[in-house]
Write a protein that binds this ligand. Structure first.
Ligand code: NDP
Length: 265
């Protein structure tokens, strides 16, 4: 099934690697305009060059923007408005997990983690709202985590923050329904991406391969499908929730965890 998104615009925060980059590729394949942001300009330039090699440069915008910095987010909105004239789909994806227990999480860590998980969504959703309101297919999708419903002791602060974030997004969905903007979340389990690559590269044991590392993670976690997910698998769920394919769905979630969820519903 081909979804035609020509003349529609998707904004993807954290679009310079992993799930966000895979989402950018999917939207471009559906003929949408795509704006991505991240903090590392070298990485953004590399990714832009890669995308421009396959898709029309006129449909691609890449901006340096820290989603926790309101001024930078406002500048990003202006750049997107200037280049594309509007926004139809906002993907709040930027972020990363924090490996820490209750004992090892400092007060500063708590503040950073809560700030990241809440304000990455609050700043961008508020800043893009005016443009989204003008769209006939306005939607927001947040990349969340299964940890919101199934906390892990070694990811304690992230789990708590993700649970709060899920509540925030649910509330936004009810409020923004009046403006005809749908708001949904993808609950990601373990999906291979740059953040996992960095953890792999930090291993002391340099004998272990990337394939073995990934497979060990899935086995240790007990993922029923027996492997980590790919960025494109998570991005496909994002794409579904962002586009009119899911036009009667808001305040909802899709689990992309390979069956890792133990709860019902
Ligand atoms: P990656 O590390 O591959 O991608 C993260 C992206 O976010 C990068 O583009 C990064 O660019 C950007 N980013 C991080 N912080 C900021 C910031 N403050 N402002 C702007 N951009 C930022 O990881 P994933 O693809 O795995 O992560 C995507 C999302 O999925 C994250 O929110 C993550 O927490 C979530 N998730 C991932 C899981 C997984 O197993 N992969 C599991 C559960 C949730 P830069 O560093 O240059 O800013």
């Amino acid at each position: 099934m081909h979804v035609d998104l020509s003349n529609k615009t998707a904004v993807i925060t954290g679009g310079s690697s992993g799930i966000g980059l895979a989402a950018a590729e999917l939207f471009l394949e559906a003929d949408a305009n795509v704006a991505i942001c991240g903090r590392d300009t070298t990485k953004l330039d590399e990714v832009k060059n890669k995308l421009v090699g396959v898709h029309d440069e006129k449909r691609i915008l890449s901006c340096s923007c820290d989603v926790l910095n309101r001024d930078e987010v406002e500048d990003f909105v202006s750049e997107v408005g200037k280049k594309f004239g509007g926004v139809d789909m906002l993907i709040n994806n930027a972020g990363q997990a924090r490996v820490s227990t209750f004992s090892s999480t400092t007060e500063e860590d708590w503040r950073e983690e809560l700030e990241l998980k809440f304000f990455s969504i609050i700043h961008c959703s508020k800043a893009f709202l005016q443009l989204l309101e003008k769209s006939t297919i306005g939607s927001i999708v947040c990349t969340g985590s299964l940890l919101a419903k199934q906390p892990e002791p070694h990811l304690l602060a992230t789990s708590a923050a993700r649970a709060g974030q899920l509540s925030l997004v649910h509330g936004m969905a009810k409020e923004l329904a009046d403006k005809n903007i749908r708001v949904n979340t993808v609950l990601v389990g373990q999906v291979e991406s740059d953040q996992w690559r960095k953890r792999f590269e930090a291993l002391e044991d340099k004998q272990i391969s990337w394939e073995k590392y990934k497979s060990d993670i899935a086995v240790k976690a007990g993922v029923p499908l027996g492997r980590m997910g790919t960025p494109r698998e998570a991005a496909t769920a994002i794409f579904f929730l962002a586009t009119p394919m899911s036009s009667f769905t808001t305040g909802s979630t899709i689990d992309v965890s390979g069956g890792l969820a133990r709860h019902v519903g």
